[in-house]
Design a protein around this ligand. Sequence first.
Ligand code: BJW
Ligand code: ZN
Length: 244
Amino acid sequence: MEKDINELKKIIAKSDRITVLTGAGISAESGVPTFRGSGGIWRNYQVTDVATPQAFARDPELVWEFYNWRRKLISKVTFNPGHKALVELEKHVNDFTLITQNVDGLHREAGNRRFLEIHGNLWVVRCTKCGMLTMDRSQDMGRLPKCTKCGGLLRPNVVWFGESLNPDILGKAIDAARNCELMLIVGTSAIVQPAASLAFKAKAAGAELAEINIERTPQSGQMDFVLTGKAGEILPMLVENYER
Ligand code: BJW
Ligand code: ZN
């Protein structure tokens, strides 16, 4: 049976170990488009058309156009009250881990420090030849950006479909899932693996699960709490007791 928000607030107040998993929905109120839903994310493309190594091999210019569009868009937006509420939560919870699938960097910008970006970061580029990683906040990287060290083609340092997640980061995320008393699952459609399975790892280890989303997901039935609404409205309510 699903329980209510006041009961969740009580659990949050007495929990020492909280893990949060976020997805594109938490940045939606900042103006960052989500991946799934009507119309596709960019022009008529679906994320599976532009976020795969096959797409990059076939048409790197198209993939860079997509990422340049996102760089420009994301550089113009900022974090929202949902992100800020998670900063507040991090301040008050001893053992806090924020696992994000988002590559937009808004959790860091908001002030979180204990986070794991399991799908990488849009502002970091990686050389496809020598592997060099560089932070680059340019709004436009050009059509086919090249490595300054070896001239190889650069790519965004993000995890595309069919690619493995960084094993160290994924390992830390799995530990955080297994070790928490409560997991908050915020603004994710909960279909992309292995991120989606983190909730079940937490539950199997005895944690309570709470979903915060504007709609139900395939995982809603497994949740102890399903809070339907915007992350930017519900998360601040969950931490309001701290702000005294
Ligand atoms: C709000 C809101 C508001 C809106 N408030 N809420 C096992 C079984 C089946 C398949 C696989 C499997 N293991 C691996 C796979 C293949 C694949 C996969 O999962 N496919 C599925 C589609 C089935 N996974 C992989 O390939 C992963 N690699 C891997 O596992 O390697 C080993 C392996 C490979 C191949 C086979 C087997 C093993 C890698 C996945 C990488 C995902 N990459 C992307 C792109 C990142 C770069 C970039 O951003 O450009 O990551 S795809 C895209 O989806 C992005 C996101 O992080 C990710 C998740 O999306 P998210 O965040 O959930 O967003 P949306 O848009 O889907 O949902 C938004 C939600 O917000 C909605 O629910 C809204 O209702 C809600 N919302 N406004 C609250 N205001
Ligand atoms: Zn290089």
